[in-house]
Design a protein around this ligand. Sequence first.
Ligand code: ATP
Ligand code: MG
Length: 571
Amino acid sequence: MNMQRIETKSGNFNMTDYEETYQKFNWDEAKSNFSWHTTGKANIAYEAIDRHAENPDKADQIALIYSAPDREEKLTFTDLKQSSNQFANVLKKHGVEKEDRVFLFMPRSPEFYASFLGILKVGAIAGPLFEAFMEQAVRDRLEDSEASMLVTTPELLERVPFSDLPHLKKVVLVGESDQKGEAYIDYHAEMNEASKSFDVEWVDLEDGMLLHYTSGSTGKPKGVYHVHNAMLQHYQTGKWVLDLKEDDIYWCTADPGWVTGTSYGIFAPWLNGVTNLVRGGRFSPEQWYETLQEKEVTVWYSAPTAFRKLMSAGEDIVKEYNLTNLRHVLSVGEPLNPEVIAWGMSALELRIHDTWWMTETGGQLICNFPALDMKPGSMGKPFPGIVASIIDNEGNELPPNQMGNLAIKAPWPSMMRAIWKRPEKYESYFLNGWYISGDSAYKDEEGYFWFQGRLDDVINTSGERVGPFEVESKLIEHPAVSEAGVIGKPDPERGEIIKAFITLNDGYSESEELLEEIRQFVKKGLSAHAAPRELEVKDTIPKTRSGKIMRRLLKSWELGLPTGDVSTLEE
Ligand code: ATP
Ligand code: MG
């Protein structure tokens, strides 16, 4: 069932030979790229922005292109240095101290980035939240983190239960508001008065900088704590996986409420001194292609759900745009279906590079490198400096081609350093010196890793273990199927049966014949035991804000069970 391998093309790669680099690389080498290596003074925001602003060759380079339907702005490294300094001064004035948690609940905007960087510059810990969160989701995260300050907009303020949050002292409001009083800070008024100079708080590399709640695909989101040292991994993966060069225009479509939107929407591009495009507004195939064309994007990082939607919109649309600047495309968040890679080869004439990592890992770990042949359906190979393996439940390594726990030798630079206030939970990730990801996978003889599913999602049907990803990928190969979510449904005879929920592409309507045809299609393409016994057509498949299929929700609906934490559900 595996598509043929797609060979690498020589050219613009920062890494020319994967195997050789993997053998030679050591994290100590990465350190020499940072100013703290010589000065001893560290802060990730300084390295990402100020270092470039202080370099005459880079000071006036555009760092941020902000593009939304009603607003276009370009900010240089100097602009960002100054606005983040101003915000750092505002925070200081209102008593924010090192290690305080300052949360952000607002859409992407130049103010968001100035605030985020300002928080890091005072040594505080930033906590970005999706703007679409409703009150309960906001409450849970502010309560758990004991945040003392929140940056938000007047429109979103009604979803902040301020008076119920004893730790929350002040709210910064970005925009015109009638809310006055001690507890409210007017962003624009105070920024105008604040100095553009600020003495950055130098930190220990092990000091905290970021608290990210996980996507909530499998249960209640966890508060994942990251430290400044993560910059080593952000920088180096930006160079070798994103293949960033100084004159690139890079677009990461992820919101900073999701770890991809910070590690790779903020840190990796700026640590590499690259122009970073941020697009506000909603998804539409036309507008996305237009953005790629008009902003002359060269490197593009997105997610399978977005690629699948573009694929459903058809290949004719792509041809209306000039995408010749685009040279490198990457994906994260969910398994990347081989069908989507085939679409990329045809519609974009580029390989789409899958990357595997998690909120907890802080940075990419297993990837398809530009300098590596690609096996569609495989996540690729470990990043240099990362040891990955498949282990059994006792912590023993398994031979090639055996499915087991995908595990990483701990630690690595961007690894989480805690689960907020839950030390036992943190400990539970580790076994015999391995970090256990919770995903199941196998490794082939050539060292490529193949994702099988979340451990919780693996289906046991008539004694066969089936990963939902394989079945979903086969389903979407059928021309009628747009998206698919597959679960195991308890069955007295078979243990579990496979049930698939699908959405249909435009021009197809549900009928017994069509469903039977789709079932046969999976049966012929995969195997009889992998063919869904039940198929249900839906209008949408439930997904998290970061675009992940929420199989646990499909399962609860199917079984009539309580739905659990749905705070991250996309509407
Ligand atoms: P929660 O931990 O709250 O259930 P989550 O695991 O979805 O949510 P994230 O940290 O955003 O939260 O996602 C990490 C998970 O996403 C991985 O464990 C894996 O299951 C999936 N994932 C990420 N990238 C890939 C990929 N390239 N291929 C397959 N799965 C991926
Ligand atoms: Mg997880």
